[in-house]
Design a protein around this ligand. Structure first.
Ligand SMILES: CC(=O)N[C@H]1[C@@H](OP(=O)(O)OP(=O)(O)OC[C@H]2O[C@@H](n3ccc(=O)[nH]c3=O)[C@H](O)[C@@H]2O)O[C@H](CO)[C@@H](O)[C@@H]1O
Ligand SMILES: C=C(OP(=O)(O)O)C(=O)O
Length: 439
């Protein structure tokens, strides 16, 4: 079991380059299944565990996938099965995004139920509602969901009860090969949806309105592979911006797109952090004391739930009391208990956390309960006195490329500790070898 060890109190300086967005590349890889001719070439695909998992899902379907130097080549001319197994879907919920493309391509898809996770129950009813509206019959049994349709899916009007990112993506992908026009109302507006629509259009699809609440898709008979470069990861960028602010440092976050980060930038500026944008990235500088602010997570363009825990880490060291309200997921405060082990003063009442600022954070043994909780613990540890030991590192590997190496290059005292393989004649399990990040 790997650990991350941080000794807090160091200033950071320099430049960090942001990778392609996890939440954009995953649906794009799933969408590449739709290309029955030619090859898709996806650039800036970040080397993350989640990317390896979705590549495996495609390979298990018989799709050809090659991944090197952050470029993925996909050939989906032949698909040999319409089933994505429990073993792969349980590793990553986003595997469920292959359902729309498979149903559209083959008229049949059988995917293991993705189930809940640490941040909430995360139902998929809105995905299924869209497929049913397009003529698919849905059956649930033995832990699998099967969707089938005779002939092509039919274009339909689908109103989403919640502006779900995944449901918007799944329905949008399915609709590209449907007969007629599909209109998704109350669609999610995240930049990753726009990136997916751009890729689909490059494949020959006709998708209009992505990035607004109404998306219109005219179905076509065939799609072909296309070349696409993934947008930079706004959540990775936001995390490094907070790393600068929480350590009272100056960092240049290269590739960050200010327009994708409006609520994060605004809140940091309200707190007293200097944020300057140019065409290549964002400079963050923090010198004086930070002011408390209130934050409420919302679907885009509201404050992203995926930045909630990192923002909370920053509010723990601000002057005064801040309120953080989580409206997107019903159980996304698991990091609070870990923060309190580091001497933070936080009370949770339902979906709101009350954070008393000015905490003198202390290093402690803590556990990453999910991906962003893990990132937030690293941030808190950078500002804490003494040593913090973070377990549950596999969560962090899902979404951050070499975060320990990147922070160390900026001046942080951070190491990844990888357990040494145990040799048979040496029964001393638990001996740890300190190495640079092998994320
Ligand atoms: C791979 C990916 O892109 N993951 C992101 C995506 O997840 P994901 O696409 O799973 O998140 P959704 O937007 O679907 O979920 C938002 C809310 O809608 C609810 N819901 C969703 C679908 C459904 O059929 N029924 C339903 O009730 C969920 O339980 C949740 O409360 O958007 C989330 C919200 O910005 C981010 O935190 C995740 O990082
Ligand atoms: C919740 C997240 O991802 P996923 O939807 O893949 O679990 C995230 O990126 O913070």
């Amino acid at each position: 079991m790997s650990k991350i060890i941080v000794r807090g109190g160091r200033k950071l300086a320099g430049k960090v380059k942001i990778n392609g967005a996890k939440n954009a590349v995953l649906p794009i890889i799933a969408a590449s299944i739709l290309g029955s001719e030619g090859e898709s070439v996806i650039h800036d695909a970040p080397p993350l565990d989640d990317v390896l998992v979705i590549n495996k899902v495609l390979e298990s379907l018989g799709v050809g996938v090659e991944y090197s130097n952050q470029t993925i080549r996909v050939r989906a001319g032949e698909i040999v099965t319409c089933e994505a197994s429990y073993d792969l879907v349980r590793k990553m919920r986003a595997s469920f995004l292959v359902m729309g493309p498979l149903l559209a391509r083959l008229g049949l898809a059988r995917i293991s139920l993705p189930g809940g996770c640490a941040i909430g129950t995360r139902p998929i009813d809105q995905h299924l509602k869209g497929f049913e509206a397009m003529g698919a019959a849905i059956e649930l049994g033995q832990g699998y969901i099967e969707a089938k349709v005779k002939g092509r899916l039919k274009g339909a009007k689908v109103y989403l009860d919640v502006a779900s990112v995944g449901a918007t993506e799944n329905i949008m992908m399915a609709a590209t090969l449907a007969e007629g026009t599909t209109i998704i109302e109350n669609a999610a507006k995240e930049p990753e949806i726009v990136d997916l629509a751009n890729y689909l259009n490059a494949m020959g699809a006709v998708v209009r309105g992505a990035g607004t609440g109404v998306i219109r898709i005219e179905g076509v008979e065939k799609l072909r592979g296309a070349v696409h470069t993934v947008i930079p990861d706004r959540i990775e960028a936001g995390t490094y911006m907070i790393a600068a602010a929480i350590t009272g440092s100056e960092l240049y976050v290269e590739n960050a797109i200010g327009d994708h980060l409006r609520p994060v930038i605004s809140k940091m500026q309200e707190m007293g952090v200097t944020v300057e944008e140019d065409e290549n990235g964002i400079l963050v500088r923090s010198t004086g004391p930070l002011r408390a602010v209130d934050v409420k997570t919302l679907p885009y363009p509201g404050f992203p739930t995926d930045m909630q825990s990192q923002m909370m880490a920053l509010l723990m060291v601000a002057d005064g009391t801040s309120l953080v309200t989580e409206t997107v997921f019903e159980n996304r405060f698991m990091h609070v208990e870990e923060f309190m082990n580091m001497n933070a003063q936080i009370k949770v009442d339902g979906r709101t956390a009350f954070i008393s600022g000015n905490s003198k954070l202390q290093g402690a043994k803590v556990c990453a309960t999910d991906l962003r909780a893990g990132a937030a613990l690293i941030l808190a540890a950078l500002a804490a006195d003494g040593e913090t030991e973070i377990t549950g590192v596999h969560h962090i590997d899902r979404g951050y490329v070499d975060i320990t190496d990147a922070l160390r290059a900026l001046g942080a005292d951070i190491q990844r500790v990888v357990p040494q393989p145990v040799e048979e004649e040496e029964p001393e399990i638990g001996f740890f070898n300190i190495q640079p990040s092998l994320a």
